[in-house]
Design a protein around this ligand. Structure first.
Ligand code: ADP
Ligand code: MG
Length: 240
């Protein structure tokens, strides 16, 4: 589904990614972890073309993200992205947040878009908040709205960048629960997170990054059972 091949990227003179290679198969859940500044956000931003890379290749369902001339708007409409800070449209109601791109990008009718929005909100237990603005919701509720908004586009894969890092501790689980359910339904997911409980529970593989490189890319149980690099061992000892 997602293939990242020998990807390297620079911000000016600074090399942020070095020769990164990994794959995410259809229905697979891959957790990306590693110290702050190791390039995790940059790597997943490259996957939906939010950041260009200078070397290497990324394909999503065989569409070359890194090629010039690829229709990135169309690509992004097929890959859901959820960020740390929700990034909902603050001046719109929850309903409008979920309908906008469905109508503008996918050309769905108003009725279709609203029906989809209602169904998704019901699933995450937020039906009663559909007329509210994001500011009236808790962080956990806003993040569930953001996940629903991404799902409204019927994405082929979902990318998450530290979706619970900005939340108060008591709200983390309500968001992780939605993600666990999504994973169990077979969604292809790439998740940057430090929630190792989540990783253990649903990840098929763990990718560990350090200083812009993929240091480990292994089945979850192997990664936690016997990390092969000192850097991963050191990282795990600090966060577990
Ligand atoms: P992570 O998500 O693992 O914390 P990032 O991908 O955000 O790492 O950042 C990796 C490195 O690239 C950091 O050193 C960061 O300061 C740098 N960086 C990130 N974005 C930019 C940018 N737009 N311009 C220059 N440097 C950046
Ligand atoms: Mg980051």
């Amino acid at each position: 589904m997602i293939e990242i091949e020998r990807l390297s990227k620079w911000y000016g003179d600074f090399q942020v990614l070095t020769d990164c290679t990994t794959r995410v198969a259809r229905g697979e859940v891959v957790v990306v972890c590693g110290p702050s500044g190791s390039g995790k956000s940059t790597l997943i931003k490259c996957v939906n073309g939010l950041e260009p890379a200078q070397k290497g290749r990324i394909t999503v369902e065989s569409v070359d993200v890194t090629a010039r001339g690829t229709d990135l708007t169309r690509l992004r409409s097929r890959i859901g992205m959820v960020f740390q800070h929700f990034e909902l449209y603050p001046h719109m109601t929850v309903r409008e947040n979920l309908c906008l791109a469905q109508q503008k990008v996918l050309g769905r009718s108003r009725d279709e878009a609203v029906a989809k929005a209602e169904a998704l909100l019901e699933r995450v237990g937020l039906s009663q908040h559909i007329d509210k603005h994001p500011g009236a919701l808790s962080g956990g509720q806003q993040q569930r709205v953001a996940i629903s908004r991404a799902l409204a586009m019927d994405p082929v894969a979902m990318l998450f960048d530290e979706p619970t890092s900005a939340l108060d501790p008591e709200m983390i689980n309500e968001v992780l629960d939605v993600m666990v359910e999504l994973a169990r339904e077979g969604m292809t997911m790439m998740v940057v997170t430090h929630e190792m409980g989540f990783a253990r529970k649903v990840a098929d593989r763990v990718v560990f990054m350090d200083a812009g490189a993929i240091v480990e890319d292994r089945p979850t149980e192997e990664f936690f059972g016997s990390p092969s690099s000192d850097r991963a061992r050191d990282f795990l000892s600090k966060i577990l």
